[in-house]
Design a protein around this ligand. Structure first.
Ligand code: SF4
Ligand code: SF4
Length: 295
């Protein structure tokens, strides 16, 4: 079995499903949403966060870097094109200016970590798998899910919906209590422009699952100012939910945290992405529009 890279295991989460949860974040996503607040999740490969502002200039990274990616002249620099993400510099850096994004966990190790938190899950909580796109790692995820179900742990998945439906039905769905399914943009061209991926497969999967999952399927719509959070787009998504008879959904407030993370990854960010949260009146108005259209 190929082990996926996991870039975070968040304990005690109150935002990733009912109750208190432990959330596992996988690396790798078929989409590349320009507003993504976890841009370190998008690539399958390990990466390095490099925060030049935290660097104290000790040059320890240079001393251990095998391929010359950590340079110190004329100033401490990370040459990403030479970096193999071996992680040696992150072990030595005294100021946490370098950190390694992505680690392999054998199934037994991940399950052991997740079961350590079972005292917090109680009746309503459990484990949520997020990313990135967890369904890219179907064999690994299915094995973990089956082990958790044997332990009577509640399970949830957050997905962009870009998966092979038959594989999903056969290997994942039987072991999932809840699926949070992202609906971003109804317009196909806009979806392709802002996420790098068309929405036909995603919408077909969503419609099919809505018929068989009932309230176990929860659509989530990110409210990105000027992109997904427009009256036109939200009205179209709300009408789709109404046609499918879906009344339970989540509208996710915009999180501009991805901008800082892109800086740490050395990636440009789209100037269209706002750097601040949406103003409350606009968000309230759009939420009401959505609610009244779904009804
Ligand atoms: S992760 Fe490895 S290759 Fe990359 S800069 Fe650090 S030591 Fe060099
Ligand atoms: S080890 Fe860390 S603090 Fe020292 S020079 Fe390298 S990045 Fe800067």
């Amino acid at each position: 079995m190929t082990l996926p890279l996991i870039f975070d295991i968040r304990h005690g989460s109150m935002d990733d499903g009912p109750g208190i949860r432990t959330t596992v974040f996988f690396k790798g996503c078929p989409l590349s949403c320009s507003w993504c607040h976890n841009p370190e999740s998008q690539r399958m490969e390990a990466e390095i966060f490099w925060d030049a502002q935290s660097c104290v200039g000790c040059q320890a990274c240079h001393a251990v870097c095998p391929g010359g990616a950590s340079a110190v002249l004329p100033e401490v620099t990370l040459h990403r094109e030479k970096c193999t993400a071996c992680g040696a510099c992150t072990e030595e850096c005294p100021s946490n200016a370098r950190s390694l994004i992505g680690k392999h966990y054998p199934v037994e190790e991940l399950v052991r970590i997740l079961l350590l938190d079972r005292g917090f899950y109680r009746a309503t909580g459990g484990v949520t798998f997020s990313g990135g796109e967890p369904t890219l790692h179907v064999e690994y995820l299915s094995t973990v899910l089956q082990t958790l179900k044997k332990e009577n742990i509640s399970t949830a998945l957050q997905t962009c919906g870009a998966f092979d439906l038959e594989n999903f039905r056969r290997h994942l769905l039987p072991y999932l209590d809840l699926v949070y399914f992202d609906l971003k943009l109804c317009d196909t061209t806009s979806h392709l422009t802002y996420t790098g991926f068309g929405n036909e497969l995603l919408l077909a999967n969503f419609s099919a699952l809505s018929r068989e999952m009932g309230k176990r399927l929860v659509p989530r719509v990110p409210l990105v100012p000027g992109i997904t959070a427009t009256e036109l787009n939200l009205t179209e998504i709300a009408r789709l939910l109404r046609e499918l008879g879906i009344t339970t959904y989540q509208l996710l407030p915009f999180n501009p945290g991805g901008i800082e993370k892109r800086r740490l990854l050395g990636q440009p960010f789209s100037p269209e992405i706002p750097e601040s949260f949406m103003d409350r009146d606009t968000e309230r108005r759009l939420r009401e529009l959505f609610r009244s259209t779904v009804r």
